[in-house]
Design a protein around this ligand. Structure first.
Ligand SMILES: [Zn+2]
Ligand SMILES: [Zn+2]
Length: 156
């Protein structure tokens, strides 16, 4: 079964396709993600860089400051500056794709809510995803097959 997901930026210059289901999908309610998105949370799908095919357009990485001090580069459309995905920690083989840039964002629902200690009070979470005050243990929560994919990316 081949699942394909398509997406792109606001101006249409950047179009991409994802050839696999995401390894895991984070809904992050931390104050940093709130500020960077200007919203209540960010939706990040963890996907191997190799499985994101850029069909058109140019991306520009922008480094942003982090509370942790670790690197965080956000890749934007070079024309309209829509943020398409992040590289946390300068891991060239791993991308955190912004689910809202998909043509059908509903196809990548969250697997976990993290940093809910700073969740805005009017955001009500369903019971379909695990909820954590801060972070969680990936090996425990992820399907084994997806965790193996993550490990492979880590050593790439
Ligand atoms: Zn654009
Ligand atoms: Zn966050």
């Amino acid at each position: 079964m081949l699942e394909t997901y398509s997406g792109g930026c606001a101006c249409g210059a950047v179009r991409y396709e994802v050839m696999v289901p995401p390894m895991f999908v984070h809904c992050c309610h931390c104050t940093e993600c709130q500020r960077l998105t200007g919203s209540a949370f960010v939706m990040n799908a963890l996907i191997e860089t190799a499985h994101i095919q850029i069909k058109s357009g140019d991306l520009t990485p922008i480094s942003v400051p982090t509370h942790s001090g670790g690197p965080h580069d956000i890749y934007h459309c070079s024309s309209c500056q829509t943020a398409l995905w992040s590289d946390y920690g300068r891991k060239p083989a791993l991308r955190y794709l912004r689910v809202g840039t998909l043509d059908e964002p509903s196809r990548m629902p969250p697997d976990v809510h993290i940093f809910t200690r700073s969740k805005l009070p009017w955001v009500n979470l369903s019971n379909e995803a695990a909820v954590f005050d801060v972070y969680y243990h990936q090996e425990t929560l992820w399907p084994a097959e997806n965790y193996a994919r993550r490990r492979a990316v880590e050593t790439a």
